[in-house]
Design a binder for this molecule. Structure first.
Ligand code: BG6
Length: 510
């Protein structure tokens, strides 16, 4: 791993939830693992009136998100970490000029020798990205003459193709593309990165990774929870914008892409863009009707406990048509994937929390073992993103006894068996990468726009199409039954269980 240069992390929107919940715990992990540079300062910036001391208390010393992590650590270790945090009140508006902020940054830089290397982390609504970028540039805080300057932006990156393009153009007016880091926390997950390693470091998968051997690809992203306290945000977003456009299409791009020339950010991201651009965009209403299903969870009782329906959630319009379930079938128009259907679904209030990719292989083209009961027992490669992270291969074995009866057996690998290695949390990994200037796991402007190109017509159809339905499903089931109609022939979704090797349809509700 490269050396991390001395630097300052300036977090906009620092009094918000993300800083205390994700960023500070990740920084603490890096600190404990000796991964922070020798000279390192965090400057929180937002509109709350806080002193340095109050900010330290809020995000470090009295933070419930850090409570477990600091247990057993000496007080001196914790206070040395807390002392790296400072706070600057921006007053009532992010759009006012930043000369006072610039002076504070400059003072901290001189005192703590951070080499004029700055990361600006925008944990604010996207509507503020451009104005913050502009104000920073007016103070020459985008200028890399002395020390580098980087800007990290959070999702949602746009609400549509048009807004995403505007956001990109707005940021690129003041920062070069190489200075912009668009975060997608799924790319920080080890198991998502492992998709690349599984494909390109083995000679046993890649030769089969194409239309000749793969029948279809299935991706499930399910969450047990509902919208919780984020009803206001979610109701304007929905499953397609919240999860599919970003996290799931990132996973799709890693499955679809061609082998990159090397593992550099440039080559990997070039291939990902090409992959996203090859998704067949659905434009006519009939295709959109046949290949997309949206649903919304209804009240139900799970394990004796009443669970609210989506429309009863705080911040949600009681007549809302926002989807909490989205299932999309699509094709990839290129040499490798011609005619292979991809089935991707994402939803809240499912029976369990799970994200997995299933590569379904074709049946052997000549059946030697007739009457072997081989139907529905084709080979599958299941890549479990979370939880019970691992890889499972399903293959046929002979049932002992007379004749040739075939059953399906499991060959499995679990990440937990590599427990010796410290598995970094997503934000920890992504922060460290940005601190070291490695953008491989960040989304580039053209990637984000290519993903929106695919999603935009679906959203437009769902909003304005003449015969679009939103199907209800009881909280705690695998979505509306209509989504089964998406699947060709006798195919069925692999409704995964809590554990990787659970068989389809089996899932214990806790
Ligand atoms: C976020 C979405 O990006 O990802 C949330 O906004 C969702 O709605 C979350 O719950 C899921 O992330 P993970 O890592 O728990 O799968």
């Amino acid at each position: 791993m490269g050396k991390t240069a001395n630097q300052m992390l300036v977090i906009f929107g620092a009094s918000g939830d993300l800083t205390a919940r994700k960023l500070v715990p990740s920084l603490y992990n890096l600190y404990k693992a000796n991964q922070l540079p020798e000279n390192f300062v965090v400057l929180g910036v937002s509109r709350s009136n806080l002193t340095d001391g109050e900010f330290r208390k809020k995000v470090v010393l009295e933070s419930s998100y850090l409570e477990n992590k600091v247990k057993g650590d000496a007080e001196e270790v914790i206070t040395t970490f807390a002392d790296k945090f400072f706070y600057e009140d921006l007053g009532d508006d992010y759009s006012k000029e930043y000369s006072k902020l610039a002076t504070r940054i400059s003072d901290l830089n001189s005192k703590y020798e951070t080499g004029e290397n700055y990361i600006f982390y925008l944990s604010t609504p996207p509507s503020l990205y451009e104005v913050i970028a502009k104000n920073l540039s007016e103070q020459h805080l985008n200028n890399e003459k002395n020390g580098w300057k980087r800007i990290i932006v959070e999702k949602p990156f746009g609400y549509s193709l048009k807004t995403a393009k505007n956001l990109n153009a707005g940021l690129q007016k003041y920062f070069k593309e190489t200075q912009i880091y668009r975060i997608d926390h799924y790319l920080g997950k080890e198991t998502v990165q492992n998709l690349l390693v599984t494909r390109f470091s083995n000679s046993i998968f890649e030769p089969l990774w194409n239309r000749n051997y793969i029948h279809h690809v299935e991706i499930t992203n399910a969450e047990r929870g509902g919208v919780e306290k984020r009803g206001g945000y979610y109701d304007k977003s929905g499953a397609l914008r919240d999860m599919f456009q970003n996290h799931l299409l990132q996973i799709v791009s890693l499955i679809v892409m061609e082998p990159p020339i090397d593992a550099s950010a440039l080559e990997i991201r070039n291939e990902k863009v090409k992959a996203l651009k090859s998704l067949r965009i659905m434009r006519d209403e009939e295709t959109l009707f046949k290949n997309t299903v949206r649903g919304q969870y209804l009240a139900s009782v799970i394990d004796g406990e009443k669970v609210k329906g989506y429309r009863e959630e705080e911040g949600v319009d009681p007549n809302s048509k926002t989807e909490t379930y989205a299932a999309i079938k699509f094709y990839v128009d290129n040499w490798r994937w011609k005619d292979v259907p991809f089935y991707v679904r994402t939803a809240k209030r499912m029976p369990t929390k799970v994200t997995e990719v299933v590569i379904h292989f074709k049946s052997p083209h000549h059946q030697v073992f007739k009457n072997s009961n081989l139907k529905n027992k084709d080979n599958q490669l299941i890549i479990r993103i979370q939880p019970d992270e691992g890889i499972l291969i399903k293959f046929g074995v002979k049932v002992p006894g007379q004749g040739f009866k075939v059953d399906r057996a499991n060959l499995d690998f679990y990440y937990s068996s590599l427990a010796k290695n410290n598995v970094m949390e997503a934000y920890e990994r992504l922060l460290l990468d940005a601190m070291q200037g490695d953008a491989t796991l960040y989304a580039r402007a053209d990637e984000v726009e290519a993903a929106w190109e695919f999603v935009d017509p679906i959203l437009n159809y769902w909003e304005n199409g003449p015969d679009v339905n939103i199907y209800g499903y009881s909280a705690g089931v695998w979505g509306p039954t209509n989504s089964d109609d998406l699947l060709e022939g006798n195919l069925r979704w692999r409704n995964p269980g809590e554990n990787l090797a659970d068989d389809p349809g089996f899932c214990v509700i806790k």
